[in-house]
Design a protein around this ligand. Structure first.
Ligand code: CA
Length: 218
């Protein structure tokens, strides 16, 4: 069984949380960071997660799940003036034994952490400081980055919104996660620690973190 724990927090400054996360069984995991102001950002992020899960469940096709999510957000933003211009980032991972397949649009991130290092797997589509250059929902078509990784025993995957990575360096994230025990309880505690650390340095944005441990044993 894949062990996982997710947590989101509004942060210290924002009034609303426009991040979203979700999962399909212990197989497919997602984090989204909505853009476009209220209520649109919240709607876009939730919709991305819901639609991607629905499509993945039927098709087991990660890329298609992202494509349909993009198109649904785009369609709704055209139909409803309150949602005009809404968009979201979306990062997701499918775990199959020792294999992780990841998809990304925007500047939410996936990291792979082991005892000795932290490595960002996804490539940001953004300029930093919350400025994103590629998102779901703005165009009818979107380019989706796909990454494939082999997992080693004890590897930890982190999915997160930029509310975490704006506030903490990779080194600071690594310091919190490197000694984590591989239990549900331990990683639940680590999600809280990450959020606490991001809030302690200002908590300027919504913060979402998801930690996943594959069942793979060498
Ligand atoms: Ca954000």
């Amino acid at each position: 069984m894949v062990i996982f724990a997710f947590k989101t927090d509004t942060g210290e400054i924002r009034k609303n949380n426009e991040d979203a996360f979700g999962h399909y069984e212990d197989e497919f995991f997602l984090v989204a960071d909505g853009l476009g102001g209220l209520p649109a950002g919240e709607v876009a992020a939730k919709l991305a997660v819901e639609v991607a899960i629905e499509v993945y469940k039927e098709s087991k096709d990660l890329k298609r799940a992202f494509e349909v999510a993009n198109h649904e957000i785009y369609r709704l933003s055209r139909e409803n003036p309150a949602y005009f211009g809404m968009a979201t980032t979306l990062v997701g991972v499918v775990i199959e034994g020792k294999y992780a397949t990841l998809a990304n649009v925007g500047d939410s991130r996936a990291y792979l952490i082991n005892k000795s290092s932290i490595n960002q797997i996804t490539v940001d589509h953004g300029l930093g400081g919350g400025v994103v250059t590629r998102v779901l929902g703005i165009n009818p078509e979107v380019k989706i980055d796909i990454f494939k990784n082999d997992l080693q025993s004890g590897d930890l995957l982190l999915l997160c919104s930029d509310g975490l990575t704006m506030m903490l360096t990779d080194e600071e994230i690594f310091r919190i996660l490197k000694d984590s025990a591989k239990t549900k309880k331990a990683i639940e505690k680590k999600t809280k620690e990450l959020i606490k650390a991001a809030n302690a340095t200002g908590g300027l944005d919504n913060i979402t973190v998801g930690l996943i441990i594959s069942p793979w044993q060498n």
